[in-house]
Structure formats: C-alpha cells, structure tokens
Design a protein around this ligand. Structure first.
Ligand code: A3P
Length: 342
C-alpha cells in the first residue's frame, strides 16, 4: 500500500474562519431541508441531547453534526471510494481506541524513524486523526485530497442506513461492538459529564430503563450489532467483526489481524523489531489518557471524557443482580442463534 506524502490529515486542515462560516451555513440548510420530516418521527427523551428520534428502527440525535439530518444528507449524496475503510461502532464501544489503532497502523511508515514528525497520537485526540463521515457532507474542503488512499472514516450509522454508495463501492468496514452492560455504564458516565446542568444528573436507574428499552443514540444496541454481524456473515472479506472484550484479551493478535484486513500486514522484520508492541503501546488506554488530559475536542467536549476506566466488566460495579438478569434475558433473546459472546 502506498501512502502519498502529500496527503492531508484532519488536524492539519483546521478550517479557516471563512470555511467555518460556510460550513455553519451549509449545516443550517441541511437542518432546514429535513425539519418537516422530523416532525413525523416518533420521539423519546434523550441522554445528552433533549430528544431522540426513531427512524427506520433506530434512535437518532437531531440538530447537530452527528444527527438524523446529516445522516439523511449523507444517504442522498455521499460518495464512497472503493479503497475507503470505515470504522463502525456504537457510541462507547471503543471507537476512540479503534480510531487510534487504525490510524497508527495505516500511517506507521510515515512516522517511523522520522524525527521531524511527532506522532500525532502523542499530541492529538484520536478523533482528530480519524474523522467521522458526517462533516464531509457540509465541509467546504474535503478532508482528504483525491490521491489519498485509503481514506479512513468512522461512523455510528446502523448497517441498513449506511449511504448506498458505501455498500455499492465494495469498500471495507471494521465493526467493533462491546458488551451492552459495559456500553450502558460507559454511556451513563459520559452523559453525566456532558449533559446540560439544567437537565440535572441522570440516575443509573433511568439510564438502565432507557437502555433496556433500546433507547440510546444509534440503538437499540442489539439491533445495531445484529445488523453488522449478519452483514459480516454475508461479506466476510469486506467486513471485519471485532469485540472490545476480545481486543482487550488478545490485543497483539487482534492488531495483527486488523493490519492484515487494512491491507498493511506487518512484515516479519517489523514484528521482530517490535512494531506491533509499539503500536499497541501508543494506542493504549494509559498513553491516550495521558495525552488527552487537557484541552477540548470541540466546543464543550473535553478530550478526557473519552477515557474513563477502559476496563472489561465494570458493569458489575453498577448493575444490580436483577438489572443484570433483565439485560441478559434481552440479549439472549435478541442474539438467539448468533455466535456472539462478550
Ligand atoms: P469506559 O467508560 O468503560 O472506561 P468510545 O470511544 O466509543 O466513546 O468508547 C469509550 C470507552 O472506551 C470508554 O470506556 C473509554 O475509557 C474506553 N477507551 C478509550 N480509549 C481506550 C483504549 N485505548 N483502550 C481501551 N479502552 C479505551
């Protein structure tokens, strides 16, 4: 795989003031375009946002960059390239970790032995290094120059709602899911860090109730997972299906597997020189948490909110036996016949 030296990275192209104005205006046009349709969708109280809207079986945010409106705009005009690679997750399933790993793997030769270039993951939030697709729909200047391949993007969009061009282009998708109980706990903490103080603190009972009813951004959890699980069965060479738990248990082998899937397998020489360990280390929870202690990703979202505990099984410190039983029953029923375990 060749990576042109001229390619731009999202953090190298912070929009100018003029671009910012253009983008704000374009985003407003998108919101306006779909506002009447929005009134016809079922609604529920949201987690961080006031409201979630149900569209084609999934709950969506509205009125922001990651919203039902930008998703519909993407569906209408986003153009995927066959060489693109998309990371897909539900929120709080390890998106930030996977963004770091995919970015570090694909760009590893660029930063290796180059003392003039500090590795971006030692300075920036992984979200700056591997962008979500939504802003592409209203950006004045696309994130990547044409010659750059592969373009790496992320999204939370459910499989059945992906822009058709992603499905038709034959590009690759990496899907990572996580034990729903840990997703619930992680989302609960994230919500209380970020939601407007005027809405008060969310209780864990409230979070559990919403989650077990399937109400979370891009949820129900199980339907999102099932969509990509089945797609992986249908297109095993195009979709890589990973779990956070397995990634944590055997990081080295999974990172090697990921590199192969991304088209940049480790050479024997690299392995012997410890290149896999290096990538695992730079993307480790410990390193990323340290780098992201300060600063904001955007507006009022501090970098540190993406790094809490980074553990498997923290749910046992939050769920009662009864809550755990209820979620187990739901998940058992929803995943019946599927070989998914966390
Ligand atoms: P916890 O809240 O359980 O700690 P997302 O990136 O999808 O928003 O997911 C956030 C979750 O991933 C948080 O889980 C966060 O701590 C964890 N996380 C972030 N970086 C990680 C890393 N490098 N390794 C493992 N887990 C990580």
């Amino acid at each position: 795989m060749s990576i042109p030296n001229t390619f731009r990275l999202p953090f190298e192209t912070e929009p100018s003031m003029e671009e910012n104005e253009y983008e704000k205006a374009h985003l407003a046009i998108i919101f306006d375009r779909y506002k009447d349709r929005l009134t016809t969708f079922p609604k529920e109280k949201g987690w961080i946002s006031e409201t979630l809207y149900m569209y084609h079986g999934f709950w969506h945010l509205s009125g922001g960059v990651y919203s039902i409106e930008t998703m519909m705009a993407l569906q209408e005009s986003f153009k995927a390239h066959p060489t693109d690679i998309y990371l897909v997750t539900l929120p709080k399933s390890g998106t930030t970790w996977m963004k770091a790993l995919m970015f570090a793997l694909v760009n590893r030769t660029r930063y290796k032995n180059n003392c003039r270039l500090t590795h971006p993951l030692l300075i920036f939030n992984p979200h700056k290094c591997l962008p979500f697709i939504e802003p592409e729909i209203y950006r004045k200047t696309p994130t990547y120059v044409d010659a750059h391949q592969p373009r790496l993007f992320a999204t939370h969009i459910p499989y059945t709602l992906l822009p058709q061009s992603i499905l038709d282009s034959g590009c690759r998708l990496v899907y990572m899911c996580r034990n729903p109980k840990d997703v619930l706990v992680s989302l609960f903490h994230f919500t209380n860090k970020l939601r407007d103080k005027s809405r008060g603190i969310m209780t864990f009972e409230e979070a559990f109730e919403m989650f077990s009813n399937g109400v979370m951004p891009y949820g129900p959890h199980w339907d999102h997972v099932k969509g990509y699980y089945n797609a992986n069965l249908e297109h095993p060479t195009r979709i890589l299906f990973l779990t956070y738990e397995n990634m944590e248990k055997d990081t080295m082998n999974n990172v090697k597997r990921l590199a192969e899937f991304l088209g940049c397998p480790f050479t024997k020489k690299e392995e012997a020189e410890g290149a896999v360990e290096e990538i695992v280390k730079i993307c480790s929870f410990k390193n990323l948490k340290e780098v992201n202690k300060h600063g904001n990703l955007r507006d009022d979202v501090p970098n540190h909110t993406f790094f809490r505990k980074g553990k498997v099984g923290d749910w046992s410190n939050h769920l009662t036996t009864e809550m755990s039983y209820i979620l187990d029953q739901i998940v058992k029923e929803k995943f019946e016949g599927l070989d998914i375990s966390f």
